[in-house]
Design a protein around this ligand. Sequence first.
Ligand code: 5AD
Ligand code: SF4
Length: 441
Amino acid sequence: MNSYEGKAYHVVTYGCQMNVHESEKIRGILSTLGMLEIDDIEKADVVVFNTCCIREGAEDRAYNNIMALKKVKEADPNKIIVVCGCMPQQKQGKYNLKERLPFVDIIIGTHNINALAQYLLKFAINKTRIYDIIDRPIASMDTNECIRDDNINAYVNIIYGCNKFCTYCIVPYVRGREMSRQPQDIYNEVRDLVQNKGYKYITLLGQNVNSYGKDLKEPTTFSELLTYLCKIEGDFKIKFMTSHPMDFSDELIKVMKKEDKIAKALHLPVQSGSSRILEKMNRHYDIKHYMSIIKKVKRAMPNISLSTDIIVGFPGETEKDFNLTMKLLKKVKYDQVFAFMYSKRSGTPAAQFKDQIDEKEKNKRVNKLLRLQKLIQKDQIKKYFNKTYDCLIRHINGVAVGITDGGKEIYIPNYKYVNQNYFAKVKVEDIRNHKLSGEIK
Ligand code: 5AD
Ligand code: SF4
């Protein structure tokens, strides 16, 4: 019995899939203390904010929401507030959290989330505020029982940290160097999720999954890991994110094509369509190389769904550079584009670059780019006609739907069965009002 037994917790998450999954681990930790999750943040005995600092907007949102809890804490001093993740881990963050959040009881970073139970128990005894930011992990991040958000798709970490140091990016500073998990540990986790827990998609997570295994005692490539995981028996598919074009190998394309268990969807961030800007970003590839990967991928898997990340308004980006990015979108015809305005992150090299772009200009460019992508996507729908996709069959609002690897829904009006959550081939036979419909083949 501990003082948290039977109490209520609430976790607020900001940021990427990595953070979403870390919050699943946090929920696992809190439940092992005997706590229960509730939706009402104001009624929770313990509130955890798992923060993100990739862009200023993410930080501001988290900061404002934490501040909004100040009054609640004043009215109920026994409420415990925890702030963790990327924001506190920054050395030169916009907000000095230690000073600006005096009402927060526990502030930890990215490397000690796994010790949250110990921090909470210590706090229950000493009742003194804890501020502990450390530079290296104190325990393996693998050991927790997670409480997952979703029962169809499960996130599984394969590599932590990043060694790339793109000049705009704060991630290498807040998440440390690359550290791969052992293939056997990943295999065991995936097998359990598929065979005992019924998950249909496994999404392998890393800042740069293509670097997987380089740091292991017995080096293993990402392609080898995928081949190994595909040996797991069961009706499931593997997705992965995020890939870096520099490390994206021909071997990986071969494995993706060959293995039915690998989803035919690829998120391959390009960041900019201008090789000049890519160099300033320290991305280690140019557009010629990027396009050669896209070409090979499309040739090997014509039905593949492609998505990317773009940063608009990187320091020194001219109208000409921006137009090269627009041109790239027209050429590749992505199924989805995540476009961000460049956000200055202190401590990164690009924050020191002299030729910063005006916010208004960035805004103008990002909107122009998103408008173009909207048109491209609208037009892209035609490509589905008469093609057959391996889909997960689901019932949505009483209607059977096949979901492609890229997340596109194909309605199946003539579906005669009651079962769902299995993979089947669905052929698109009609497109009306931007909606696809078809039949199981
Ligand atoms: N400003 C804007 N976008 C950024 N990203 C990373 N750092 C920044 C930044 N400073 C984007 C990149 C990356 C995605 C996760 O976030 O496009 O791929
Ligand atoms: Fe950031 Fe670049 Fe690493 Fe991605 S690869 S996390 S953008 S430094």
